[in-house]
Write a protein that binds this ligand. Structure first.
Ligand SMILES: [Zn+2]
Length: 486
């Protein structure tokens, strides 16, 4: 099956603008497949050819502007759209789609404890094509109108607030502009804990068999959620961009969590079923803070292409640790980062396989995650932390807020991010040079501190091996409290 290349994505984004998806899913068609009927409204800026993506079990029919297209023209995951005229178009596709058991697309799970069934989506990178037809690339954002037919007794969650229309029919409010990989649905007889914060509905959800365990920790999770939410509103001038904040703990999840706007999914191992250490509670809190940072950086402003995934993750990693430290009882998170995460980055950066934090080019979706490692997450987050120290937090946040203002509900690149930070920085800080030195190079710098002690005067000298700019803090500690020299 062909993978989308950067060139193809750029060509398609020049040709078309996508306005709206109307997606209708029927989850009552048995255990193997569900029905997916989608209408896409888009505009061609010129006459031309392009394609739309879908991985169906059975593509029953497709029409373009009311004229039938041949479903057998589907080549792998690509349906050619040839001879488009300049102007508005409407594509309608009706298909049966397979449930997955691998966490890709629409995952279906039956709980062995009580026989209840749950489904949820994980559409990251290119798995929306397993659920509905799409122009699947991050910079073709659109509005989404979603309706779902589900078995009686189920609750349907989505990016926006959902309403039960009766007889298993659910409708989600129209979303703001979203990337296709960020659309989310979770349906099943969820156990839910609901509350409101600052006028927005907040919810926690898990499968029924875990209800007592979620209930036991719900206040703790909600306290952290509220504290981070409030702290982000102190840092960011853009308000939270979506109409609700649901956190669903889902079974058999592949990753730790996924930052779907308004509907974050977590692996349900984070619903603790026995006594756990405080470090495990801190890890869960860290994931809550990390995913919430993505609501702004990732969801409101989205990478244009997959070469900037490292920036998406490094930003959320940095912001998650910092915000947890500032807003919750977990005030030692940077110690945890130094011990558990940073060593991962140092290690990866001193191997022959090391690479710059920012890759030069990611040619296609298949290679987007090949180099995704301790450098992408841990060194990237460390570099951002150094950047904040070097710029000063006030100027850093000024740059971030300029970035959100410039690119909200749209897409941005690393170059856009650096430009925004440069706009917020004082004149003596060359952010572009900083980015070249820190993000386009490999390997570590070594700083060595030497202290000389003469006549009770201490002199600190820091020798630097490497050429990157550093701004560091120095601590002075008494070896012995009774030693009065400090
Ligand atoms: Zn993340």
């Amino acid at each position: 099956m062909p993978v989308l290349t950067r060139d193809e994505a750029q060509t398609r984004a020049r040709l078309i603008d996508v306005q709206r998806y109307t997606v209708d899913l029927d989850l009552t068609r048995g255990a193997d497949t569900f029905d997916s009927r989608t209408v896409i409204r888009f505009t061609a800026r010129a006459a031309g050819d392009t394609f739309v993506e879908l991985k169906p079990a059975d593509l029953r029919s497709v029409t373009l502007d009311g004229q039938p297209l041949d479903p057998t023209a589907l080549d792998g995951n690509r349906l050619p759209l040839t001879g488009l005229t300049e102007g508005p178009h409407e594509l309608v596709a009706d298909a049966a789609m397979r449930y997955s058991h691998t966490g890709e697309g629409m995952h279906r799970f039956t709980d062995p404890t009580d026989g209840e069934t749950y489904v949820y989506t994980q559409l990251f990178m290119e798995d929306v094509q397993r659920v509905f037809v799409a122009f699947d690339q991050p910079d073709l954002k659109a509005l989404f109108d979603l309706t779902v037919t589900a078995p009686e007794g189920w609750t349907v969650l989505a990016n926006s607030v959902t309403e039960h229309l009766g007889e298993g029919k659910w409708q989600a409010a129209t979303t703001p502009l979203l990337s296709t990989y960020l659309v989310a649905v979770a349906a099943g007889p969820w156990h839910s804990v609901r509350t409101e914060h600052r006028g927005l509905p907040f919810g926690l959800h898990c499968r029924r068999s875990l209800a007592p365990h979620l209930d036991a920790d719900a206040e703790e999770i909600l306290d952290i959620t509220r504290a981070c939410f409030d702290r982000y509103h102190e840092k960011f001038t853009e308000p939270y961009p979506f109409d609700s904040y649901d956190q669903a703990f889902v079974p058999e999840f592949n990753a730790g969590a996924m930052e779907n706007p308004g509907l974050v999914t977590f692996r349900d191992e984070f619903v603790y079923r026995s006594a756990v250490t405080d470090t495990e509670r801190q890890t869960r809190a860290m994931v809550v803070a990390h995913e919430m940072a993505h609501m702004w950086f990732g969801d409101l402003v989205t990478l244009r292409w997959w070469d900037d995934i490292w920036l998406n993750e490094s930003f959320a990693e940095y912001m998650g640790y910092q915000t947890l430290t500032e807003a919750t009882r977990f005030t030692d998170t940077w110690v945890d980062f130094g011990v558990a995460r940073k060593a991962w980055g140092y290690d990866a950066d001193q191997r022959p396989s090391t690479h710059p934090v920012a890759p030069e080019a990611v040619e296609d979706t298949a290679s987007a995650l090949l180099n995704f490692d301790g450098i992408s997450y841990a060194k990237g987050a460390s570099a951002l932390r150094q950047l904040v120290t070097w710029l000063g937090e006030k100027d850093f946040l000024a740059g971030i807020n300029i970035h959100f203002q410039r690119h909200k509900f749209a897409n941005a690149t690393l170059a856009d991010f650096i430009d925004s930070l440069a706009s917020g920085a004082s004149a003596d800080r060359d952010v572009h040079a900083w980015a070249d030195a820190w993000l386009r190079t490999t390997g570590v710098d070594t700083l060595t501190a030497r202290v000389t002690d003469t006549d009770s005067t201490w002199t600190l000298t820091v020798d630097q091996q490497g050429s990157r700019p550093h701004r560091i803090a120095v601590g002075l500690y008494d070896r012995d409290p009774a030693d009065g020299r400090a």
